[in-house]
Design a protein around this ligand. Structure first.
Ligand SMILES: [Cu+2]
Length: 174
């Protein structure tokens, strides 16, 4: 299982367990007879719950923010590849052959509408995708681990020829 799949599975499991526990507690509370005023107790519980939620959200933030793919650079040894999407083709301009093991900065923009730059590895698995729009240069940094022929498919419906908007590029061992 991939790293992302593990994170998603764990996150969903926690959500399901918490959701079930809360639903059960609410269901139980509706069948209990009315008691004397216990607002002091509930006020303290509410504060405790607030603290737990803030700590949980902060832990989730710390645990996930380093995987956010924004603001990355390819570094001084990076390879720069320019990508232009247009209805209905991709132009991929790599000054040198793209090699494995070194980060590649894809600088992608569109000449017309929004497109989805989706890159598939030689075995056909999607490895990353990014939205590509007209007035913004989208930067995606990725280091390829294995050489081969990578396929690009447009992943944003962009018109009648969307399904033919594909191309390939080669990644070589250095
Ligand atoms: Cu498209």
């Amino acid at each position: 299982m991939s790293h992302t799949a593990v994170i998603i599975t764990v996150a969903y499991s926690i959500a399901v367990i918490l959701g079930s526990a809360i639903s059960f507690a609410i269901f139980r509370s509706t069948s209990r007879p009315l008691e004397e005023d216990r607002s002091g107790v509930w006020s303290r519980r509410e504060t405790t719950w607030l603290v737990i939620m803030i700590l949980t959200l902060f832990a989730l933030l710390l645990g996930t923010i380093f995987y956010v793919p924004y603001g990355e650079t390819a570094g001084p040894r990076g390879q720069v590849v320019r990508v232009v999407g247009v209805q209905y083709a991709w132009a991929i301009d790599a000054p040198q052959p793209i090699v494995t093991g070194r980060p590649v900065a894809f600088l992608a923009r569109s000449r017309d509408v929004a497109h989805g730059f989706g890159v598939y590895n030689p075995s056909g698995t999607l490895i990353f995708q990014a939205q590509v729009v007209a007035d913004h240069e989208q930067k995606i940094v990725h280091a390829f681990a294995e050489p081969g022929t990578y396929t690009v498919h447009c992943l944003e419906f962009c018109g009648v020829g969307h399904h033919v908007m594909s191309t390939t590029f080669e990644v070589k061992a250095p």
